[in-house]
Design a protein around this ligand. Structure first.
Ligand SMILES: [Mg+2]
Length: 235
């Protein structure tokens, strides 16, 4: 029997590896800027610049590349060379061109989930890069809808659910980011399941005390989803 529960699934670091690529590019940036500043300063400066720039450029690799160049201009006291700029741009290309690496158990579990639930893929980031990954993943046929959104906030989810004719009481969001995949859903009275990933971008981290004030299930791997969903009531 098909469950009335509709699942929203995050993509980056929920279905496939993502942050690890950015971590590698950021390690390269630390290396490139090591003649000027310590790695810790690079990390802090870049995160501050990214926090501002996501409001202007949105999320994803283009935004990361521009922020990295901006950080390099600042941290080299404007001594940044064409070679250094090119190396940063190439780090961004490396992320974009990296093959999609589906996380363990995801493909098999999606097959099981899609036989019982309607699935929506809900991701944010650079649309060109996101659609490229979605197409390359070979997983898109499991989804009733695919949404690349600008920001994962309560209004975005409400608008999206209305457009797909989904009642929020029937909706369960699954993802690796507490501020993007969990808290906005709880705030609109939906349900959410957290699957932490080994690496989380600073911008997506929340204080432990904030997390502790909410109650949501946390599982270790995507393969555990069918079992935990079986314990969910249907309204
Ligand atoms: Mg994610």
């Amino acid at each position: 029997m098909v469950s009335p529960l509709i699942l929203g699934l995050d993509a980056d670091d929920t279905l496939w590896e993502n942050q690890a690529r950015f971590d590698t590019a950021q390690a390269k940036l630390r290396d490139l800027l090591s003649p000027w500043v310590e790695g810790k300063v690079v990390d802090e400066t870049l995160l501050n610049i990214e926090r501002n720039n996501v409001k202007l450029y949105g999320y994803g690799v283009k935004s990361f590349t521009l922020s990295s160049i901006q950080a390099a201009v600042e941290l080299t006291n404007r001594e940044i060379t064409a070679d250094l700029t090119t190396a940063i741009i190439e780090s961004g290309w490396w992320i974009i061109k990296h093959p999609v690496e589906i996380l363990p158990g995801v493909a098999e579990t999606l097959k099981i989930l899609s036989s019982n639930h309607q699935l929506l893929l809900i991701t944010k980031g650079d649309p060109a890069d996101q659609y490229k990954k979605i197409n390359a993943s070979g997983l898109s046929h499991y989804f009733r809808g695919i949404e690349v959104v600008q920001e994962k906030d309560p209004n975005t989810y409400l608008e999206l659910l209305e457009r797909h004719n989904v009642d929020v009481k029937d909706f369960v969001m699954v993802g690796n980011s507490v501020p993007s995949d969990i808290l906005p859903i709880l705030s609109i009275q939906g349900r959410a399941i957290h699957i932490p990933h080994h690496s989380t971008w600073g911008h997506e981290q929340v204080d432990e005390s904030v997390v502790a004030s909410f109650n949501f299930p946390v599982i270790e791997s995507f393969s555990q989803l069918p079992d935990i969903l079986a314990t969910f009531s249907e309204n």
